[in-house]
Design a protein around this ligand. Structure first.
Ligand code: UD1
Ligand code: UDP
Length: 369
């Protein structure tokens, strides 16, 4: 029996790791242990409920307005105890959050092998996104197994000198979920509210956008709602009070904008499917929207997901108020341009990432059962 521990703590990690937890649990020769750091609380629980995953450990580290120091210290300290008790054969972490980095660092200190799911994404600017680019590069140094979503991300790792035997192109586990969440008969009162309009679905939370960049984005949206009668905006807002304060200040009394609580992932995928265009600074949404054929204006200066930009469904627009406003206007005014961006593409795999990762782990441990 081999013990596989999965560690995650935020909403996007949970969305992409829960399908893997459930797949690995079908393997008779694996003992699966789930440890959530609790870097997120409500937004994490929402995902655990959707996938019916009950963690074996919850480190409960979240505090309101937590700093990177709070999160890092909390995780590193609490992970030590769990790892020393459980002594897993391998720990799987996901992506690029503080949970990812600190869990991998704790494993490194205890010489426990690490598998990195969603490995090799890069902007090569450690301040953009901050601190995610540092986190994923640092985990890249530690990881024994790298599960890359695309050939391009695998090539980044090869260029950095990682051994080819440690790298596997598996696709992204989020695509595994996407095939089941979108339903043609889905309904929701918020979508009914927007049914007479072109719907812009908005999310924004990135640390480097806190302050003026967020204010610029919201001002641009305000201008759009003043310029177009047939546009409505739904913003399922992140629970971070720093983000909420600015959003309510600029958009709180705008009757064309509904700021709503975070949606469950099933709802959110269906909202993407019904929207006209997406505005986001999120990472994961840049993977989901192209496969549903929705144009995405990326509210960031860099992206680690160049596949969608090359294909033409993502456009990097940054956070300058005028640039954002003009980019939305172009999509709303120019039908041909809109059609070109709405191509449905899926560079992130064929929905078998969890199966592939399971098989790779099975092979790794086959002489050790
Ligand atoms: C974290 C990740 C980021 C990821 C994002 C996904 C780091 C440094 N950042 O950023 O990479 O894109 O998650 O959403 O790892 N909060 C709640 N309830 C929740 C979740 C958050 O109240 O369920 C509030 C808390 O006040 C918390 C704050 O949001 O202090 C910020 O959470 P944190 O995890 O530090 O940062 P995120 O911006 O969510
Ligand atoms: N998401 C969700 N509910 C929402 C907004 C987003 O379930 O209200 C999902 C979305 O489908 C994607 C993930 O959350 O899978 C993205 O998470 P987030 O933007 O918080 O983090 P990032 O991907 O930027 O790290």
């Amino acid at each position: 029996m081999n013990k596989v521990m999965l560690v995650f703590g935020t909403r996007p990690e949970a969305i992409k790791m829960c399908p893997l937890v459930n797949r690995l649990k079908q393997e008779p020769n694996f003992q699966v242990v789930v440890c959530t750091t609790g870097q997120h609380k409500e937004m994490l629980q929402q995902v655990l409920d959707v996938f019916s995953v009950v963690p074996d450990y919850d480190l409960h580290i979240m505090k309101e307005r937590q700093t990177l120091f709070d999160v890092s210290i909390g995780i590193l300290q609490a992970m030590r105890e769990v790892l020393e008790k459980e002594k897993p054969d391998i720990v799987l972490v996901h992506g690029d959050t503080s949970t990812t980095f600190n869990a991998a660092l704790a494993c490194y200190y205890l010489k426990i092998p690490v598998g990195h799911v969603e490995a090799g994404l890069r902007t090569y600017n450690i301040y953009s996104p901050f601190p995610e680019e540092f986190n994923r590069q640092a985990v890249g140094i530690i990881a024994d197994l790298n599960f890359s979503p695309t050939q391009r991300s695998a090539e980044n790792l090869l260029r950095e000198g990682k051994s080819p035997e440690s790298i596997f192109v598996t696709g992204n586990t989020v695509i595994d979920a996407l095939s089941t969440t979108v339903q043609s008969d889905y309904t929701n009162p918020e979508l009914e509210w927007a049914a007479d309009s072109r719907l812009i679905l908005l999310t924004a939370h990135r640390r480097e956008n806190w302050g003026q960049p967020l204010r610029n984005i919201f001002q641009a949206i305000k201008k759009i709602t003043e310029s177009y009668d047939d546009v409505k905006v739904i913003y399922p807002i992140h629970m971070n009070p720093i983000v909420r304060e600015i959003a309510y200040e600029v958009l709180g009394d705008n009757d064309k904008v509904h700021i709503i609580a975070p949606l469950s992932v099933i709802d959110f995928h269906n909202f993407i499917a019904r929207s006209y265009l997406i505005m986001t600074d999120s990472g994961g949404i840049q993977e989901e929207a192209p496969s549903l054929g929705k144009p995405v204006l990326v509210l960031r200066d860099t992206t680690e997901r160049p596949e969608g930009v090359s294909a033409g469904t993502l456009k990097l627009v940054g956070t300058d108020e005028n640039v954002v406003y003009e980019a939305v206007k172009q999509l709303l005014n120019d039908k041909m341009y809109y059609e070109r961006m709405s191509k449905s593409i899926n560079p992130y795999g064929d929905g078998t990432a969890c199966d592939q990762i399971t098989k790779i782990l099975r092979n790794r441990f086959k002489n050790n059962i």
